[in-house]
Design a protein around this ligand. Sequence first.
Ligand code: HEC
Length: 507
Amino acid sequence: MRKLLIGVSLLLLLFVSIPIFLLASGTTDSSSLRMLVSSIVGIAGPAANSDVVRQQYKVPEGFTLELYEADLPRARFLLFTPAGDLLVSRPYSGDIMLLGRDENGDGKPDTRATLIEGLERPLGMDISDGWLYIAESNRVSRIHFDSDTGTVNGVLQPVVRDLTDNGNHWSKTIRIGQDQKLYLAQGSTCNICEEEDARRATLMRFQLDGSQPEIIATGLRNSVGFDWAPWNGALYATENGRDLLGDNLPPCELNQIEVGKFYGWPYFYGDNIADPDMGDDPLAKNRDPTAPVHNFRAHNAPLGMTFLDADTLPPSYGRTALAALHGSWNRSSPDGYKVVSLHWGDDGIEERDFLTGFNQNGTISGRPVDVAQGPDGVIYVSDDYAGAIYRVRYGATDNNTAAAFAVPTVNRLDTQTPEWLNEANMTTMADQGNALYQHYQCQSCHEQGENPHQLENLNERLGYAAVIDVLAAPPSPMPLFPLTQSEQRALAVFLLRQPHTNSAEGR
Ligand code: HEC
């Protein structure tokens, strides 16, 4: 292996961002090398050597970090099957991938396959009694799943229908509790408002066949992750605090969920502070909000959380959960972008860094979404920005061959010009795109407000395919707009035409 690495080091010098991990994992024939090179053209990735990576990404003493799988665009939620394979949901491509367990010990999944596709923005998953439950944005369904063969059979059977997925926070999280009930978390449609659909911004519970729906907790703006503490069965949920109250307000929350309680949104935030936009609302009166048990820093966006089985971990991980902080979008300096460990102790919950390094002075290389622990105790983290799954092992020898990995490169530029792009129509399309941009008031978030997410020089970051992806499945808090395919294309042309400043030019 060493000879091989020396042999290709000249090539490595030419293409500074070629990930060593792929070379080390045996994919060194010239065609895959070419593929690799073509997939990174146009991006100045960081130099790929394991020392750099070890300096950039940090895990606590005694743990080692590896890149388990790369090139898995917008990987969101994780679930281990009883057989030890890893399921990965990808709402943006509408599929669930199955990464076969690493039985040959090379530090990578042995297989990779699409388990099921054509889904409506799937996020949450769970398995019970031979059924795989899947939460799409508008329903929860189940399908027969054979864990031994890693295959589904039969058709998807809806168990919870007619969920709403308009506005922001359309994704749905599900988990099956020890009580054999199906728990469902749904976010709010908006940043701050009264909901029309009483099921939004709540946690619900059903029988496994979808019957007997109950709203068990309300006032949860967007609780993407929840789990039960293994030592006492208490249910905890992360919650994303509201936007547009400045860099440091309000905190994101961890709530202990108890049946029948109200957790504050939209009238209160953090430790029951009246929200300046809603606090005087008569509807806020006579409410008795339950305060969080832990505050995350503002805008850190905690998503997936999971309690750890500490058997294979050091004693300090006894009563511990890991939470993935996706990172801020409306903060003047980015914050979050890491996995933290939450330790339950006599004095409450202590938050410590667990996996950091995705934010290097404002340059973002990854965004953690979910955390799962494998049957062997090993911890896995998904990253929807780098399109990667990381593996964190305790007490593993830091084997240079298996552990060597590079920061995955992020390429959202087109590899080829889309076939629908027609020079002759560019101006018309751009005008139509501009009109749509005004009509849907895209500028309200992209040009105005405290820290607008700037779309200038977008064409240095995104290609047509990537912009259309964003419009088809927008990142929270951007709402889903009812755009036709040709409208999406027109907006993309408007946004990517060089030089694009902003709509002020067109006014
Ligand atoms: C409610 C606020 C909001 C509105 C309205 C909104 N967006 Fe966004 N949009 C965002 C945020 C926030 C992000 C970045 C999210 C992130 O990266 O976490 C984003 C991301 C994007 C991106 C990707 C940018 C990048 O740097 O990767 C594009 C393209 C985009 N929006 C286009 C639009 C268009 C076109 C419209 C109108 C049709 C629109 N947005 C309306 C909030 C909004």
